[in-house]
Ligand binder design. Structure first.
Ligand SMILES: NC(=O)c1ccc[n+]([C@@H]2O[C@H](COP(=O)([O-])OP(=O)(O)OC[C@H]3O[C@@H](n4cnc5c(N)ncnc54)[C@H](OP(=O)(O)O)[C@@H]3O)[C@@H](O)[C@H]2O)c1
Length: 451
């Protein structure tokens, strides 16, 4: 009789007897909120889905409060408030972390890994901050950490980047990865409303949190692009290297100008290789003028989309629901499925297409070195030759202008809008510093990057 390790190399926690029936996989789920409930519902209704799901047992579920009404039925003995007991339970094969937040999620994940358990998590905030620690621990313990639901909700993009797309040289990953901000910008665009009004309404309707900071200021998108950049470009990313600007300063005036000039404004999360002659990667989140003809321009409302460009594949776009119980449960369960398949295949060698083995950090290009087009809106006094003076200042720093428009007035002030050709951001900022001191300039009302 041959006895073989069922789990991966180092974590010989279980043994299986050759020829014996696969005994199934026990889940310890941490969290029974929106995503946890959706995941339990999906797993409890396995008929018609991948038959491997029938190998899965919802063994323990950890929550904060036992008294809360739940939308799923689970035996009392399954649900507990003792989450440490779940990650320390020798019977649990996979810990599914769906509680969110940084702590105790991080510590529980690390403890589960130490105990040889595979991890499925939807927690982009924890992965973006503690990914290095978590993946180092997982590689050491010989377990997998799966995170399909951490970016793009139900959209499968993590595994495609790790597997199918990984044979390409990735040039750019560009995403609309935050549904709340996309919903707000879409409504500002279609209704001509102000940011503050739409945000208040989005909060009333449940599309924005009471504290919307993580969404509105781009922090959630920054977590997600750090993860996508790491997978697309094969290196770790320090979250603090991700340049991040949110949408608070986007005004309905800018949205109107964007429309007139043939653009829409989107909060884009971008990871872009600077090319062979410019080593390094720019990783950034900011509101962006997107040409109406661009594939991301038509992604509206709470939907997410991620455009991957690489060689030789060209452009591939992933589109779908970026949040919600069912959609996110689909992504979580796809990870559970991959792990069940890995466990059932009974191999002693970790599958390199499921592991994350980056050790080096990507070289990040500072935003001052970024080559991009800009849109800028100036409020000017009624002085002769203002446009000429603007042009001279820009010319002094090698900034060439694609278009200059003077249409509107804000009270007594004239409004001048310029769109530049590609320019180094540092040069553009220097020109703006000079322009700010021109007698004719009242203020620089907005500056946005153009895709
Ligand atoms: N919601 C989405 O559409 C979505 C989409 C993509 C990714 N995600 C990610 O998925 C994760 C879960 O999000 P969610 O929206 O499902 O969160 P949620 O609705 O707030 O649920 C969190 C769950 O975790 C439990 N929990 C939290 N802290 C706990 C603690 N210290 N001890 C014990 N239990 C604790 C809560 O218990 P109680 O129920 O007893 O309070 C609750 O069941 C997050 O990382 C989030 O970023 C969410």
């Amino acid at each position: 009789m041959v006895v073989k390790a069922l789990t991966t190399q180092h974590s010989a926690l279980k043994i299986q007897i050759w020829g014996a029936k696969f005994v199934g996989v026990k889940l310890g789920i941490l969290g029974l909120g929106t995503v946890g409930t959706g995941t339990v519902q999906l797993l409890q209704d396995a008929v018609g889905r991948n038959p491997l799901l029938q190998e899965v047992e919802i063994y323990r579920v950890g929550v904060r409060s036992l008294d809360k009404p739940r939308d799923v039925k689970l035996p009392q003995s399954v649900v507990t408030t003792d989450l440490a007991a779940i990650v320390n339970d020798p019977a649990v094969d996979i810990v599914v972390e769906l509680m969110g937040g940084l702590e105790p999620a991080r510590s529980l994940i690390l403890q589960a890994i130490k105990n040889g358990k595979h991890i499925v998590t939807a927690n982009k905030a924890a992965i973006a901050r503690f990914g290095a620690e978590i993946f180092n621990a997982a590689n050491e313990a010989g377990v997998y950490v799966m995170l399909e639901a951490a970016v793009g909700g139900g959209i499968p993009v993590i595994q495609p980047l790790k597997q199918a797309l990984s044979v390409n040289r990735i040039h750019t990953v560009t995403g609309i990865v935050n549904g709340t901000t996309n919903y707000i910008l879409t409504r500002m665009q279609t209704e001509g409303s102000d940011f503050g009004d739409v945000l208040a309404d989005a909060q009333r309707l449940g599309y924005a949190e009471a504290d919307p900071t993580a969404d509105i200021d781009g922090l959630d998108a920054a977590d997600k692009i750090a993860i996508l950049a790491s997978l697309g470009f094969g290196g770790r990313i320090h979250l603090e290297d991700v340049y991040c600007e949110g949408i608070r300063q986007v005004s309905k005036t800018d949205i109107t100008y964007a429309e007139k000039l043939g653009f829409v404004i989107k909060l884009l999360a971008i990871a872009k290789s600077q090319g062979n002659n410019h080593p390094g990667l720019s990783v950034r989140v900011h509101p962006t003028f997107v040409p109406k003809s661009h594939p991301l321009a038509s992604i509206n409302g709470v939907y997410n989309a991620i455009l991957v460009e690489g060689e030789p594949i060209g452009q591939v776009m992933f589109f779908g629901p970026g949040a919600g119980a069912g959609a996110t449960a689909s992504a979580v369960t796809s990870d559970i499925l991959s792990l069940v398949a890995a466990l059932e295949s009974n191999t002693a060698v970790p599958n390199p297409l499921l592991t994350c083995r980056h050790e080096d950090y990507c070289q990040i290009t500072p935003v001052s070195q970024l080559l991009t087009r800009f849109y800028a809106r100036f409020l000017t006094k009624d002085h002769p030759g203002v446009i000429g003076k603007l042009g001279t200042c820009f010319g002094n720093y090698g900034v060439s202008l694609e278009s200059v428009v003077q249409t509107g007035f804000q009270g007594a002030l004239a409004e001048i809008v310029v769109v530049t050709h590609d320019v180094k951001e540092g040069d553009f900022r220097q020109a703006l510093d000079e322009i700010r001191h021109l007698e004719a300039i009242d203020s620089i009302a907005s500056i946005l990057r153009v895709l």
